[in-house]
Design a protein around this ligand. Structure first.
Ligand SMILES: NC(=O)c1ccc[n+]([C@@H]2O[C@H](COP(=O)([O-])OP(=O)(O)OC[C@H]3O[C@@H](n4cnc5c(N)ncnc54)[C@H](O)[C@@H]3O)[C@@H](O)[C@H]2O)c1
Ligand SMILES: [Zn+2]
Ligand SMILES: [Zn+2]
Length: 361
């Protein structure tokens, strides 16, 4: 029996979001219905609402979520009703060329639920990142459910589902940050701050936070930044070089997604250093760099999809580290809100007032 629940949809380009009745089908083969307990508001949800991702409106928004599995399809064995899970947007296939070569974090054929959730009149919904968790319940592929220790609060656990995992993974998985490294992070929102927390956890010797907003730099200190640079008033490349003996940082993480900040990252790293692009650019953006500098500075220029994470490996481990007091995931939650406050949360995000607003259901 399909169920009717409340959920937040983006009805059309730049239109305000609203609560609607969502019809959630019973899970079919390979699917699960999850009772959502908490879901963070991510910048990508705003991009969906603005029509910046696709134009397949209406969207069921929300994708940074944790909850309890309520029902599973006939052949599902990895999760069972009652399991506390974090939802992920890259359920790996196990069969594509990346998976076969033992690099499932690059999986080129990740999957979602096959059935569609709909509005009461039958209109099919496109769930954000194949999740759609600003809703009391959602239908996902069972592989999108990752079991974690249920002692953690849902509003904290859910953050791993997107931005915080992307940031930690950008530092630790993609950037390979390790003991003694110097790291600079450009853009200290939820993703950049998570890269700072990840670098701190990995033992970086120096962590330089760069942002144009002093409030963000203040929070970055609380995540483990040892130095801060306001790039509105100070040239960040010079400042990072000065703080690293004149050389530049071993790893520079770009968490804004703009050509000018990428260029800063490129020149703020030491010879043979690594740049990680985790910020997401828009289609019209172009990058121009002297090819000789690309060659002459050596090292690695990498992008980080979802922090190159493997949910089954990384989510439970990071929750365990949090429960041991070694990863301050709770500091990312600026406020908890109700389902009908998502539009307001977008405004606060736009003004830079929050790291994360989390809808608690
Ligand atoms: N790669 C992935 O898998 C992945 C996952 C989630 C989010 N993202 C992307 O990461 C980026 C950051 O996301 P977020 O949630 O932290 O966003 P956010 O809006 O919370 O943070 C962005 C930060 O960048 C700062 N900033 C803006 N312009 C700047 C500039 N010119 N120089 C320095 N700092 C500047 C802002 O003050 C803010 O603190 C976005 O592009 C988002 O789409 C990527
Ligand atoms: Zn695959
Ligand atoms: Zn997200």
């Amino acid at each position: 029996m399909a169920q009717e629940v409340r959920g937040v949809i983006a009805p059309g380009k730049d239109e305000a979001v609203r609560i609607e009745t969502i019809v959630v089908p019973d899970p079919g083969p390979g699917e699960a219905v999850v009772r959502v307990q908490a879901c963070g508001v991510c910048h990508t949800d705003l991009h969906y609402k603005q029509g910046g991702i696709t134009d397949e409106f209406p969207f069921l928004l929300g994708h940074e979520a944790a909850g309890v599995v309520e029902q599973v399809g006939p052949d599902v064995t990895d999760v069972a009703p009652g399991d506390f899970v974090v939802l992920n947007w890259r359920a790996v296939c196990g069969r594509c060329r990346a998976c076969r070569r033992g690099r499932p974090w690059y999986c080129f054929d990740t999957h979602n639920a096959r059935q569609k959730m709909t509005l009461a009149d039958g209109t099919e919904l496109a769930p954000a990142l194949g999740i759609g968790a600003f809703a009391e319940k959602t239908l996902v592929a069972a592989g999108q459910c990752t079991k974690v220790d249920p002692r953690v609060s849902p509003q904290v656990a859910g953050l791993l589902g997107c931005g915080v995992m992307a940031g930690i993974g950008a530092a630790v998985n993609t950037g390979g940050v390790t003991r003694g490294d110097t790291v600079a992070v450009i853009g200290c929102g939820g993703v950049g701050d998570a890269a700072i927390a990840g670098s701190h956890l990995a033992g970086a010797a120096k962590i330089i936070a760069v942002d144009i907003d002093d409030r963000k730099l203040e929070t970055a200190r609380g995540m483990g930044a040892t130095h801060t640079v306001n790039s509105r008033s100070t040239d960040p490349v010079e400042a990072i070089r000065e703080l690293t003996g004149g050389f530049g940082a071993d790893v520079v993480i770009e968490a804004v997604g703009r050509p000018e900040t990428y260029e800063q990252a490129f020149y703020a790293r030491d010879l043979a250093g690594t740049v990680v692009l985790v910020g997401v650019p828009t289609p019209e953006m172009k990058l121009e760099l002297p090819l000789l500098d690309v060659f002459g500075r050596g090292g690695a220029l990498k992008s980080s999809w979802y922090g190159d994470c493997l949910p089954s490996r990384d989510f439970p481990m990071l929750i365990d580290l949090h429960l041991q007091g070694r990863l301050p995931l709770d500091k990312f939650v600026t406020e908890t809100i109700a389902l009908d406050e998502v539009e307001k949360a977008f405004e606060r995000m736009h003004h830079g007032d929050v790291l994360r607003s989390v809808v608690v259901l």
